[in-house]
Design a protein around this ligand. Structure first.
Ligand code: SF4
Ligand code: FES
Length: 247
């Protein structure tokens, strides 16, 4: 396939972004999207040009590092991570536009790489449980109702990629935060900090500059891990309990 890439290049956090076109020949449909970018970068390096900076690590959909706006869609046309997207989703002769996640809480570092440490600080504000360390407890020592275990497991699938923020017109991180609150709040180990968790994580979310949630649902529509929108209802219920009990 012959593919034309239009890549938003930005040399550094304060540099002016500009869209640069590259023609790439010999792209096969079996290539992953990131392998296709590797080929581009090999060509750029061979020509003595600066390769396109993009994030990746596991390249198997589990670490949450990758994330590119592809033709205006977070992670591209399939409901998957950028690293799990393949060139078979495109046609010979296609032009593909690549941009970084756009959100003031995710400042651009270089080209397609953004700083997502705001997510780390939201986790630090409450996305944990405090337990005494010691010998590993017996697996069945703490019973968890099946319904809660299933829903906690579903929410725990969030990989922190940030696509939900990138897709949201408000640049809200509510789906991410709600996934963490739901995951921990439904398990017995998460109960002691349940009220403080939701309040502190939301305060940090606001402090980071993420927008408010207005129930648009773009976040859940693009989430590669299919985190359901109703985790936000669970977060709101937890917040309501926390506010009433600590009035
Ligand atoms: S909720 Fe989905 S889109 Fe948002 S960070 Fe988690 S995995 Fe990514
Ligand atoms: S590189 Fe790990 S999820 Fe894409």
């Amino acid at each position: 396939m012959k593919i034309t890439l239009k890549v938003m290049r930005q040399a550094g956090p304060h540099a002016e972004p500009r869209l640069v076109a590259y023609e790439l020949l010999g792209v096969t449909e079996d290539m992953s999207f990131l392998e296709m970018l590797d080929v581009l970068n090999e060509e750029l390096t061979a020509r003595g040009e600066d390769p396109v900076a993009f994030d990746s690590d596991c390249r198997e959909g589990i670490c949450g590092m990758c994330g590119i706006m592809i033709n205006g869609q977070a992670h591209g046309p399939e409901r998957t991570t950028t690293c799990q997207l393949h060139m078979r989703s495109f046609k010979d002769g296609d032009t593909i536009t690549l941009e970084p996640w756009r959100a003031s809480a995710f400042p651009v570092i270089k080209d397609l790489v953004v700083d997502r440490s705001a997510f780390d600080r939201i986790i630090q504000a409450g996305g944990y449980i405090s337990v005494n360390t010691g010998a590993a407890p017996d697996a069945h020592a703490t019973p968890v109702p099946k319904e809660n275990a299933d829903r906690a497991f579903e929410a725990a699938a969030c990989i922190g990629c940030g696509a939900c923020v990138a897709a949201c017109p408000n640049a809200s991180s509510m789906l991410f935060t709600a996934a963490k609150v739901t995951h921990l709040g439904l398990l017995p180990q998460g109960q002691p900090e349940r009220e403080a968790r939701v309040v502190n994580m939301l305060q940090q979310q606001d402090a980071e500059g993420f927008g408010g949630c207005t129930n648009i649902g773009e976040c859940a529509a693009v989430c590669p891990k299919e985190i359901p929108l109703d985790v936000i209802s669970t977060l709101n219920a937890d917040l309501g309990h926390a506010l009433v009990r600590n009035k």
